[in-house]
Structures are given as C-alpha cells and as structure tokens.
Design a protein around this ligand. Structure first.
Ligand SMILES: Cc1ncc(COP(=O)(O)O)c(C=O)c1O
Length: 440
C-alpha cells in the first residue's frame, strides 16, 4: 500500500465520517502557493486551506513571530490576565476596519465562534431575539452558525436548530439570468420589507447577517444597491447589520473588507480564516456602543485571542501590507477573470463567471438546460485537476461552482500553470459551444 493510500485508510479507520473529505489528496508540507503530498508529489494550491492562506503557506515573517511568541508565552487566557498582544491585535483591527466613530473588537478562534458571538452581542444590544439570514449562506457548524447556514448537506440530521431565525432569498445576480443587478436589488429589498410585515415584526429583529460575497454558497456578489438598501432598512428599524467577512476579508477581494467596495459600514463584522495566516483566530469588530451593551462573562472563551495566534495575526497583517496583497488580489483577479471569461465564451456548460477581486468562481449548468446546476461535471473537473497537479475546490449548494482561493502571493507564472491545468480539465469534460464546434 502506498503512503497516500495508507493515510486515507488510517483516516477511514479512526476519523469520524462526518468530517468531510473533498478528495483523496494527502498533505505533508506546504510553501508559498504549493503543497506536497505524503509521497513528495507537488501540487499548485488554488484552495489556500479554504481561504486561510492569503499571505501564503509558511511566510517567514509569520513563522518567526509564532516561534518567538511560543518561547515567551503559549497561553494564559484573556479572562485570567490581560496581555498586550490581544490588545495590539484589537487596536490593529479597529484601525483597519473602523465601524463608525468608536470601534471595539473581541477575539475568539474560528469563524463559527465569531458568528455566535456577533449574534449574542446583537441580541444583548437590541434586546430582540430575531435574526434574518439568507439562502446560500454559510456561517459555520456550531448551533447558531449552522442554523444560519443554508446548505442542507452541511446540517442534515443535526437539528433541532436555534429558534427565531428567518431566511430570505439572497440577491442572486448571474450573467445567465434575465434580471439586471438593480432589478434583483429592488425585488429583494421589496421582499425584505414585506417579510418585516408578514414574517416577523422589525421590533423582533436584532440583526440581519449577510456575506457580501457568499463563500460556500458559490461566490455570488450582492448588488451594491441591495446592500445600501439593507443599511437603510436596518437604520429605519434599529436592526443591526452584521457583515460576515470570514471568507471575503483580509485582501481576498482586493480590500481589507469586502464592505469597502460598497461604501457601507456594518454595526458588527466577523473575521477569521486569513486573519491568522494559518493559526486559528477570529474576531468580532463592532461599534463601541453595541460591543459595550454586553454583560461581562457572556462573550469569549478559554482560548480566544491565544497569544501565539495573536502574534501570527499581527505578523500576517504586517506582511499583507508589506507585500501589497490588496493590489495583488486586484491584479491576479483580473488575470483569472480574463481566462475564465474566455472559457465561458467557449463552453456551453459555463453559465456564469463572477466575484470580486481575487474571490472568483465559475458556475456550471447542464448543457441541455442551463437552469439546472451540474455538480457532476465540477466533480469530474476537480478530480482531473488533482491528477494533473492542481488542488481546487467546489462551492455552491449544488456543488456546481469552482472557486479560486489561491494564496495571493502566487506568482503569475504559477497562476498561469494552474489555470492551464484547469483549462485542460474543462476541455476534457465540457462541451464546446455549438458555434465553435460547427467548424464555421
Ligand atoms: C463566510 C463564513 N463564515 C463563517 C465560516 C465558518 O468558519 P469556521 O469554519 O472557521 O468556523 C466560514 C467558513 O467557511 C465562512 O466562509
């Protein structure tokens, strides 16, 4: 049995089956934008640890910060004693993503925990229970986060879920749909206004939580007019707007926050993934008066803002700045989009290319009915990519989307190599558009 097969066998023997496995890939080492499997085979990484490695695998500045801090203090808990790194990171976060005049922050470990805490803050600050979320949303796998999550296969059999959660359709805009961005925005804002009359009273709604670019849901980008309208409706009714930046934050869209593209400031926002450069750390950032409407002891947790993870996050942010990752995301996003647009013109099954900055995706539909998602072709393309040395992952509630989350430090040469593998895989599995097939 090969080393790779052995690892998969041992995983099957000892790891619970509910821990999802996207492929047969094993990993032993990583660097920059590449991975090496247990047998030493190298892969180009377009998954970035599911959007965690914007700064790249093994950045030397991040590693040095981790090593240095590990020797000084591994853990004490912020609830036991105040340490400077926790404060430094909160100070950095409120400087980077201010929420109005005075902003505060708190630290936990994962995206789901950040979401749980944001909801607890919103409920305490408003004295209301209701939360509005969206179809296609993914906010994590803990109870409230899973309740807010839309994709059924991520939550099947895990209920009952938390009460007082109301779901509305996400304002989905796709090239293959008839409505324009503004028309979708107007229709969904109207639907929200109606929901505040026929589903739950605004006086019951603590918060609306939204991803401006849906992560697991398939990289749909909310229209600007919709998000601005959402802000107005929230202000009108004293509802707090929570923007989940767990996947879209820290340079992925070419900004620290996706909300910067919209000119909209949330009351609360959630952060994780690329914030820690590979170590588990997450944050809730919010307006100071909202953050302070909370009773001591109701937020946080034993490990929240662990000193080593704080040191990693601070070094990651410094490196993102020094390496100008926001600019690089805009440039590589442009490069990827041009190639994807060319593919969409060539293949009938590609029904949309979308995203913001370097948070990009292509969607596949059945060739005989473009309203039907085609998850099978995506699975086949991803398997072929893996066989040819490219790690890339799906998204979308039907698994019919391929998303790009390559480390933003990837060189143009490697990006082109990865895209060439993807193009070969698509050529193998997809049908050419009829006008290109006809020989005319
Ligand atoms: C937008 C968003 N929110 C929350 C989460 C949950 O984060 P975690 O897996 O760290 O709990 C994710 C994870 O993919 C996400 O994409």
């Amino acid at each position: 049995m090969s080393k790779n097969q052995d690892l998969i066998q041992r995983r099957n023997d000892v790891v619970a089956s509910g821990v999802g496995r996207l492929s047969s890939l094993t990993v032993a080492q990583s660097s920059g934008a590449t991975l090496k499997d247990a047998e030493g085979r190298e892969y180009i990484d377009f998954a970035g640890g599911i959007g965690v490695l914007n700064v790249g695998h093994g950045d030397p500045v991040v590693i040095e910060a981790i090593q240095k801090q590990a020797e000084i203090m591994l853990h004490t808990s912020i609830h036991v004693g105040t340490y400077e790194l926790y404060l430094e990171l909160c100070e950095k976060l409120v400087e980077l993503v201010p929420h109005g005049e005075r902003t505060k922050a708190m630290l936990v470990n994962t995206g789901a925990e950040a979401v749980e805490n944001a909801i607890k803050i919103a409920r305490q600050a408003t004295g209301r229970a209701g939360v509005i979320c969206f179809t296609g949303a993914f906010h994590g796998r803990t109870l409230m986060a899973a309740t807010l999550t839309s994709k059924v296969s991520y939550k099947v059999g895990c209920g009952p879920y938390a009460p007082e959660v109301y779901r509305l359709p996400y304002p989905v805009v796709r090239a293959c749909d008839p409505l324009t961005e503004d028309e979708v925005a107007a229709r969904e804002l109207q639907r929200l206004r109606e929901a505040l009359c026929d589903t739950t009273s605004p006086s019951n709604v603590a918060a609306i939580i939204i991803e401006l670019v849906q992560g697991e849901g398939g990289f749909y980008v909310a229209p600007k007019a919709y998000v601005q309208g959402l802000r107005e409706i929230c202000d009108e009714h004293g509802i707090l707007l929570i923007i989940d930046e767990v996947q879209s934050g820290f340079c992925r869209t070419g900004r620290w926050a996706a909300s910067e593209h919209y000119g909209v400031t949330p009351d609360l926002s959630t952060w994780a993934k690329s914030l820690g450069g590979g170590l588990p750390i997450s944050a809730v950032v919010g307006r100071a008066e909202v953050m302070d409407a909370t009773t001591p002891g109701t937020l946080g947790g034993t490990y929240g803002g662990n000193p080593v993870a704080c040191a990693a996050a601070l070094a990651t942010i410094r490196q993102m700045d020094a390496l100008q990752l926001n600019d690089r995301a805009m440039k590589s996003g442009q490069r990827i989009r041009e190639r994807l647009d060319a593919l969409a013109a060539q293949y009938t099954q590609i029904c949309d290319v979308r995203g913001l900055g370097a948070m990009l995706a292509i969607e596949f539909a059945k060739s005989n009915d473009r309203s039907q998602p085609d998850g099978e072709i995506v699975a086949a393309i991803i398997t072929t990519c893996l066989e040819r040395g490219l790690v890339i992952i799906p998204a979308g509630v039907s698994g019919n989307v391929i998303r790009f989350l390559a480390p933003l430090v990837i060189s143009d040469k490697m990006l082109d190599q990865g895209l060439a593998i993807l193009e070969e895989a698509i050529a193998l599995h997809a049908l050419q558009a009829p006008h290109l097939n006809s020989g005319l």
